[in-house]
Design a protein around this ligand. Structure first.
Ligand code: ANZ
Ligand code: ZN
Length: 844
């Protein structure tokens, strides 16, 4: 057909790709491209389109380069929104979820993404969560899943506990936004801290990850090297253990502080202080960790009435409790060194505790009383036998001495906590254990998996979870002794489901095991992973943890799941905001974009780019672009508009620009296939120049795809199409070479139009074709610009043949009048040539 009509050709090719034969392991090199799988929220948004276009380009490109490519998709399908829909609208979470999956799946098809559909998974399906349960039992068998009574983060809106990772810096739930409360509760944990050191050390090997993500993980793991020092309590047999990163300051300790929750508090508080202590503990318990450790507010505390001995000095020092000491970190107790720690300095001043100088500033001699804490390293003073040592040496000596005396030992501390995985929710993977009055915690035998979610449940949205109220489900015989026992009613954090889905894709239909070792070892690690920066910590850290544990269980033989990572930027669009109320006005309600006003008040609106979202009313639905211009244009636009790591600003004009480009390509190929070939001849020079353009495009597009520079790759395609458009002799072999190369190079980006055009060229399936090969010799330039210097100063530049020898270059240089003037009859002593660029004549 003459006219480019995406609405006619795209569905045809989409059908074709759906029917692709399943993948098999074979002798070709493999390539595993993966986008973070979506949550089935209801509909795809532009962020999804951007994410999935990237892996689709990479995987189509790698296929043409001869790789055996795995590009799978699935659904992260457990989670709260489904349950909330059940509470609000009475629709069962499964029904809501599967409806959304069906709709989003049709959208994925319509965008022309080529997936290994035969490997599709949904984490809420029993064939998937059966294996999530099996993996939980692996962790349990390894001693890596355990129950612990602890203080948990409680989300009062969602009525469930949250992992530390799910509470933001303001102490709010990542999901509901509610201020998180602290509650004591017995829950399941995974022992991720056992892997803290390896998770940290292996970050260095992830050299194809963004630096930013590695730093975020490093900070999250938060390794501190220091010591645990022991302070005997006066008149008690108990000791206080503190964690410090500054053992070199031990002679400057003037008090000890316990976290208010510390179990010693009750034991050592004296009768006179007991009331004040109790009051303070109650006050602190109602505050969040963020409030307690805020830099702004004064540190507060109360003396317990008790004292401890600093064994180094023999001195008795008071034991306090204070808000700024956290029970969950280190030992829950610190040694107060006000001379060298800012928080301690503030605290000591507030409560009149002594401040002592024990580390001297080597730059600027300090003397007592100190006007501020000196926190850097220095040389020790007032520190007995350690005087004169610098801080690093003193740390080592003091720890060694403490060890020899039984006063403590070296210790490494991580900020990372064990992963709390229990959720008081229905729509999640049931934790496969039973509680027996005689046998205790009994894992459900593997043969009885999956522990299925019962379907007939009530959703009230308050009180205990539906599972905890379902008597028929709750009561089971103990798998071990048969006595009446109780099921676990909590389900797992959904981050568990996504911590291993990339492994399941290797062997998604295995009905005997989560995945076969052979398949995992063949397909993994993921060669290219693409997703949002919001997963920089949680999902990526948990997935790395799972991989390492499963490796140690003998289930796979690699250490890291994701070889290369790309975190794509957000898709933004113009948004309109009322300057007084801050409210966003939906784009659809703004009558005149040239002069946007609030339709209710007439106020002029603030205009800016903001992430597309429902709440801002500035989203563009993928299907609206697909209907108007086709999937190829939508894909080309999101890839062309910005580098993938950067924010992408939506622009209708640029969408149309891509549509026009595809129309030009269509016409060009159409005219080549059906039109009269011009009998005109091109000059040898024109011919060489077109070949150069063709091979430059081959080189640029190949390199750019490898380096995620999709925007410049598309620019190179445009350049090639222009060069072809300008070429006079469409009947010549080089023109044909150019047309074929253009269609092939376009194939990963705009797969439908290229498939159709390739078919018209009579050459089968472009997506099964070989990537065009680069002819380096075609890249060579005919002429180059030679810069001529005399005594290092530029005097002229001239065009010379690209393949001229050094002697020839010198001869060319001498012909320049400007150069002759500067040589001025003097003798040339030396000639320096930088090939293809520069010649320097040294005269004197
Ligand atoms: C004495 C000292 C002297 C300290 C000095 C610092 C400077 P990071 O790097 O975060 O590991 N600390 C220990 N446990 C704590 C807890 N549970 N709550 C609040 N603070 C705690 O910090 C370790 C330092 O934080 C430790 O070293 C301790 O104070 C404090 F000049 O000990 B330091
Ligand atoms: Zn039993």
């Amino acid at each position: 057909e003459m006219r480019y009509n995406p609405g006619a050709i795209e569905p045809k090719w989409q059908k074709h790709w759906e029917a692709m034969p399943p993948l098999a392991m074979d002798g070709r090199p493999k390539f595993y491209a993966l986008s973070m799988f979506p949550y089935p929220s209801g509909a795809l948004h532009m962020g999804h389109v951007r994410n999935y276009s990237i892996t689709d380009v990479i995987s189509r490109y790698k296929r043409m380069r001869g790789f055996n490519v795995l590009h799978p998709i699935g659904w992260d399908a457990f989670g709260l929104p489904a349950e909330n829909a059940a509470i609000k609208r009475g629709v069962h979470p499964a029904e809501w979820t599967y409806q959304n999956i069906a709709h989003m799946k049709s959208q994925l098809h319509r965008l022309g993404f080529a997936y290994a559909w035969e490997r599709e998974v949904a984490t809420c399906s029993p064939d998937y969560y059966r294996w999530t349960q099996k993996l939980f039992l692996e962790f349990f068998a390894a001693g890596l899943a355990y129950r612990k009574d602890g203080i948990v983060n409680w989300d009062p809106v969602d009525q469930t506990v949250l992992a530390n990772e799910q509470v933001d810096a303001e102490g709010r739930s990542w999901r509901s936004g509610a201020l998180v409360e602290k509650r004591p509760l017995e829950q399941w944990y995974l022992r991720i801290t056992d892997y803290a050191e390896e998770l940290l050390a292996d970050l260095a090997r992830l050299d194809e990850w963004p630096e930013r993500v590695r730093v975020m993980q490093e900070n999250w793991i938060g390794k501190s090297v220091g010591a645990e020092l022991i302070f005997p309590i006066v008149g008690e047999s108990a000791h206080v253990h503190v964690f410090t990163t500054r053992p070199d300051t031990v002679y400057g300790v003037t008090y000890i502080v316990l976290a208010p929750e510390h179990p010693l508090v009750e034991q050592i508080a004296t009768a006179e202080q007991l009331a004040a202590v109790g009051e303070f503990v109650a006050k602190v318990q109602s505050e969040s960790e963020i409030e307690r450790t805020s830099e702004e507010r004064p540190k507060q505390g109360v003396w317990t009435g008790a004292s401890a001995i600093n064994s180094f000095t023999g001195e008795a020092i008071p034991i306090w409790i204070a808000d700024y000491v956290l029970y969950e970190y280190g030992t829950g107790a610190v040694m107060g060194v006000p001379g060298h720690d800012e928080r301690d300095f503030v605290f000591a001043h507030r409560y009149g505790l002594p401040v002592r100088l024990v580390v001297q500033n080597p730059q600027k001699t300090l003397s007592e009383p100190l006007s501020a804490a000196y926190v850097d390293a220095g040389s020790l003073v007032n520190s007995g036998p350690f005087d004169g040592l610098d801080s690093p040496a003193a740390k080592i000596k003091i720890v060694a001495y403490a060890e020899s005396q039984g006063w403590g030992k070296g210790r490494v501390q991580y900020r990372l906590r064990d992963w709390l995985i229990s959720r008081q929710r229905y729509w999640g993977c049931p934790i496969p254990v039973v509680y027996c009055p005689d046998c205790g915690i009994v894992p459900v035998p593997e043969a009885d998996l999956p522990v299925r979610l019962p379907e007939d449940v009530e959703f009230l949205g308050r009180g205990p979870s539906p599972l905890a109220r379902l008597e028929s489900w709750l009561h089971v015989p103990c798998p071990s002794c048969g006595a009446p026992a109780r099921r676990e009613t909590d389900t797992m954090d959904t981050f568990i489901d996504s911590s291993w889905y990339f492994l399941r894709f290797a062997d998604a239909r295995d009905s005997e095991q989560p995945f076969s070792k052979a398949a995992a070892d063949y397909w993994l690690p993921v060669d290219q992973y693409v997703g949002g920066i919001e997963h920089a910590i949680l999902h990526l850290l948990y997935s790395r943890f799972f991989t390492k544990v499963l490796r140690d269980r003998g289930m796979l033989s690699f250490d890291e799941p994701f070889k290369r990572l790309l975190t794509q930027g957000m898709v933004q669009a113009l948004s309109y905001q009322n300057p007084t109320t801050g409210e966003y006005i939906p784009v659809a309600d703004v009558a005149n974009p040239a002069n946007p006003v609030d339709p209710r008040t007439g106020e002029a609106l603030k205009v800016g780019f903001a992430t597309m979202s429902k709440s801002k009313g500035n989203g563009v639905a993928p299907e609206s672009v697909v209907e108007q211009f086709g999937a190829d244009t939508a894909r080309m636009f999101v890839l062309f508009k910005a580098p993938p790591e950067k924010e992408l600003e939506w622009s209708d004009a640029d969408v149309e620009g891509q549509f026009r480009f595809l129309n030009r390509v269509w016409r060009l190929v159409y005219e080549f296939v059906s039109g009269e070939k011009t009998a005109k001849e091109a000059s040898a020079e024109q011919e060489r120049s077109l070949r150069r353009e063709i091979h430059r495009a081959i080189q640029a597009v190949s390199e750019d795809i490898e380096q995620y520079k999709f925007n410049t790759a598309i620019a190179a395609l445009m350049k090639l199409s222009n060069a072809l458009g300008d070429y006079p002799a469409s009947g010549s072999p080089v023109y044909k070479e150019g047309v074929y190369a253009l269609v092939k190079l376009l194939a990963p980006f705009a797969p439908h139009i290229s498939a159709e055009l390739w078919q018209n060229l009579g050459d089968g399936d472009v997506h099964a074709a070989d990537w065009p090969s680069l002819d380096e010799s075609a890249l060579a330039e005919d002429t180059i610009t030679l810069v001529i210097q005399v005594n290092g100063k530029k005097r002229d530049d001239i065009l010379v043949p690209a393949d001229a020898t050094a002697e020839q270059l010198e001869a060319y240089a001498r012909t320049s009048e400007a150069v002759q003037r500067h040589i001025d009859g003097k003798q040339i002593k030396k000639v320096i040539v930088v090939p293809k660029r520069l010649i320097n004549l040294v005269v004197g």
